[in-house]
Design a protein around this ligand. Structure first.
Ligand SMILES: C[S@@+](CC[C@H](N)C(=O)[O-])C[C@H]1O[C@@H](n2cnc3c(N)ncnc32)[C@H](O)[C@@H]1O
Length: 302
């Protein structure tokens, strides 16, 4: 069973990418956090255990963090990434189904949305709440056929992966030509004041109230761990580069309110237009031009 493996990274994938031999073969989302687990090999099981223990409280915690990252924001982000009625979706790191639920609203048929997660506790919640087909597994080793979905989403799980390069190559593999990827993530604000405020909020305020409301020590620890992973996460440019290295084109990051990053890209395909100079001059989508709270960065040359 994949969920019990020590490491989710398939050996052969970790060693070489024959389609792009010049690309780095591995990128961890952050260095080892020794206060939480011993070494890199221990991380997948540590993370799985944390999410398993907190699955029944997860939705409550998520509402507590609030911060605009609720159902409305997830739905808007999926729409901005190009999700539309009738598309088939794989939601990696489905958790309790918060992204998958919004995907179902957009594609209109629940049977089009599948979930994947290594935590049996989270999958149990997703199945109970949404009744969706949810598979036990890691993003680094997806048990689906090549070119089998139109859209891959992943909400707030990038920091919990073992390897970004390997995972993004898996996303590219399961997507049909022209398919879309959309990754939602919290990013450490670039300015010091914003970063300091988020630090106080996520490191102290949220864990405290999580402990009070859930009476679950693991949930409190999870919230502390969240902040540590945000703080230690590789910068957005490396994440975008890893998407490009995995073969994605039109890779773009939209930053909302200085904290919410939306990474999108397309699998190459005949209907995917190249980025033009006009695209670059336009400076992003309508939303980004109208609301200065949105800021978007397209990788040069992709
Ligand atoms: C913060 S929750 C996010 C849940 C949901 N996507 C959301 O938007 O609320 C992170 C999820 O990532 C899952 N996860 C951890 N490591 C993973 C991996 N290597 N591959 C796929 N999912 C993973 C956890 O089990 C957990 O359910």
């Amino acid at each position: 069973m994949i969920g019990n493996r020590q490491s989710p990274v398939p050996d052969i994938l970790a060693r070489v990418d024959e389609t792009n031999p010049a690309a780095p073969t591995s990128l961890a989302p952050h260095p080892v956090l020794a206060d939480y687990y011993g070494d890199a090999a221990a991380r997948p099981q540590y993370v799985q255990h944390l999410f398993d223990c907190t699955a029944p409280s997860y939705d409550r915690i998520e509402r507590l963090i609030g911060f605009g990252s609720g159902p409305w924001y997830r739905r808007q982000a999926l729409g901005r990434a190009g999700l539309a009625e009738g598309m088939s979706v794989l939601d990696v790191a489905v958790g309790t189904g918060l992204v998958a639920r919004e995907a179902i609203t957009i594609v209109k048929r629940p049977s089009l949305v599948k979930g994947l997660d290594p935590s049996p506790g989270m999958l149990r919640e997703a199945r109970r709440q949404l009744g969706l087909p949810a598979v036990l597994g890691f993003g680094e080793c997806i048990p689906l056929r090549d070119a089998s979905v139109d859209f891959v989403s992943m909400g707030y799980a990038l920091r919990h992966l073992e390897d970004l390069t390997v995972t993004f190559r898996e996303f590219a593999r399961v997507l049909r030509p022209g398919g879309r990827v959309c990754l939602l993530e919290l990013t450490r604000p670039a300015n010091r004041v914003g970063c300091g405020m988020l630090r106080v909020y996520l490191k102290w305020v949220v864990p405290f109230f999580t402990g009070v409301f859930t009476r679950n020590r693991d949930a409190r620890l999870l919230m502390r761990y969240f902040w540590e992973t945000i703080q230690a996460c590789v910068p957005p440019e490396r994440i975008q580069q890893a998407l490009c290295d995995a073969g994605f084109v039109r890779v773009r990051r939209t930053l909302v309110l200085g904290v919410f990053s939306e990474y999108v890209g397309r699998a190459p395909g005949p209907d995917v237009p190249p980025v033009t100079e006009a695209d670059r001059r336009r400076g992003g989508t309508f939303a980004e031009r109208v609301f200065p709270l949105f800021e978007s960065v397209t990788r040069p040359g992709v």
